[in-house]
Every structure is written in C-alpha cells, then in structure tokens.
Ligand binder design. Structure first.
Ligand SMILES: [Zn+2]
Length: 277
C-alpha cells in the first residue's frame, strides 16, 4: 500500500521525494520563457506549443518492435549511483518496448548529468539532449522514472486538459511566479483514466507557499494520495505502451512489481487493487 511518507507533511520540502522536483534550484532552465505546467521540463524554443507526442518528438521504433533511446551516463556518478539510474531503465525494459541503450554512435541521445536538480526535455529533441539527475536528491527510483517519462514525451498528470474534473487547484497557496506549474495543457489524455497514482502527478503540497496547506486537492476521493515516487503505475506503463505501440505488451499479463498494490495490465484494462477500470 501507499506509504504516507509520499504524500504527507506540511510542505513538499519535508518530503524527500519532492525535494528536488520542479524549480527548487531556480536554474536558468526553469526560467525560460513561457513555461506552462512544466516545472522540471525544459521548454524548447523551437516548439511553440506543447504538442509532444504528435510533433515527431517520439523516439524511433526499430524493426524488431522496440524503441531505442540511446544514453550516456556521466562518469561523475559512482557505480552505485549509476545503478539507480540503470535499474529504473530496466523496469521500462520489463514492462514496455522501450529500450534505453548505451550510446554507440547514434546522433540523437540523452546525456545524463548530475546538474542542478532533476529536469529533462520532453521527448526527443534531436542531437544530444541533457537529462539532469543531481546526485544530491534525484537518485531515487521513482524520480528517475519520472524524468525518463519526460524524455519519452510525457508531461505531468495534473496538467491534463480534463484535470479540473478530478482535482482542485488552490491558487491562493501558489505564488504568481509558480502558477505556470499548474497551467493546463492541450495534450490528449489518450482516453486513459485520470491517474492519481501516476508517477507523473505532483504531490498535493507541491509549490505551496503556506506550510500545511495543499495546492492540489483530489475531488473524487479526498484521501487519495498524490505524488508517489515509488515507480510507474499501471496506467503510466500503459501510456508508454499505447503511445509507442508496444503491441507485444498489449495483452500480456505483466506483474507490476514496484507498485504499492499488485496489479496487472491486459488488453488496455486495468485491474488495480481489485477494481476493474
Ligand atoms: Zn516532472
């Protein structure tokens, strides 16, 4: 089951899973232009709208049906630190057709550095693109997977265009300079259920300017826990398999090993803790 540690406490600063998410480090990457619900994502100037994954930002499929994402891991990481990243990647290999592969000579690749916080571009940019996973705070399984989902082209769950049916944003607890982190996108939610347990969902205290006051409040069930960073939810996995047409996984019962609840995916239906969605 969920641990309260993922979604409790008066502020995100008290939650280790959130310490390095978003613009905590106030890097220049977080201050570029018109950030909309981006937080830890880099807005690329040549993309004027948030159109990934429909603008060619997906990673290419190979003839064997897998999707190859070449990477280079900075040698600034120790072997143990690099293993956290590699372990997070391997779970994609188990649950989806995405394959993170050590770069040989590929033109497009992800350079993983311990920079100023946890952030990524959204989708494939072309050429080298940086993914920052700071050694101090980002080497957490779910945080790494969150950023890898950005690399694959996915944005935050609470930015879905239909999010107001599921959550309430308490704007009074958001500073104006942080409001961009809660703007809605026009990206299709792909007919997937709203997922409070998504690894791409912010915690309820993210960017709160008032200790103990939640910014994000679930409408459907006020006790829903938000902002887990243990691992991808079943719907997170299905989103990857849907967008990347991982057909070989479409009707294969796959145990979801890192979730707090045992679950399986088959034919686009979700069986989560006994509930059929
Ligand atoms: Zn993010």
């Amino acid at each position: 089951m969920f641990s309260n540690s993922a979604d409790s406490g008066g502020s995100e600063a008290r939650n280790p899973h959130w310490q390095s998410e978003g613009c905590r480090f106030k890097s220049r990457k977080c201050q570029i232009g018109t950030l909309l619900c981006w937080g830890d994502m880099i807005q690329v100037k040549r993309r004027s709208t948030l159109v990934c994954p429909t603008s060619g930002c997906l990673w290419p499929k190979l003839s064997d049906g897998t999707v190859s994402v070449p990477y280079v891991i900075s040698d600034a990481y120790s072997a143990d630190e690099a293993e956290v990243i590699l372990h997070a990647m391997r779970e994609f290999h188990t649950l989806t057709c995405v394959r993170f592969v050590s770069r040989r000579s590929e033109k497009d690749f992800v350079q993983i550095n311990s920079n100023d916080g946890c952030w990524s571009s959204v989708g494939r940019l072309g050429g080298a693109q940086e993914l920052s996973l700071a050694k101090d705070g980002c080497l957490i399984h779910g945080v790494v997977q969150h950023e890898l989902n950005h690399v694959l082209g996915f944005i935050h769950e609470q930015c879905r265009p239909d999010r107001d049916n599921y959550i309430k944003i308490n704007w009074q607890y958001v500073n104006p300079e942080d409001a961009m982190n809660f703007a809605k996108s026009d990206l299709s939610p792909l007919n997937l259920p709203y997922d409070y347990t998504s690894i791409m969902h912010y915690g309820r205290y993210a960017y709160s300017n008032t200790t103990g006051e939640a910014v994000i409040v679930p409408l459907v069930n006020s006790t829903n826990l938000l902002g887990q960073r243990y691992g991808m939810s079943p719907i997170d996995v299905h989103r990857v398999n849907t967008v990347y047409s991982c057909r070989e996984y479409a009707c294969e019962k796959v145990p979801h090993t890192t979730s707090m609840v045992p679950s399986f995916i088959c034919s686009g239906h979700y069986q989560v803790d006994g509930t059929f969605l």
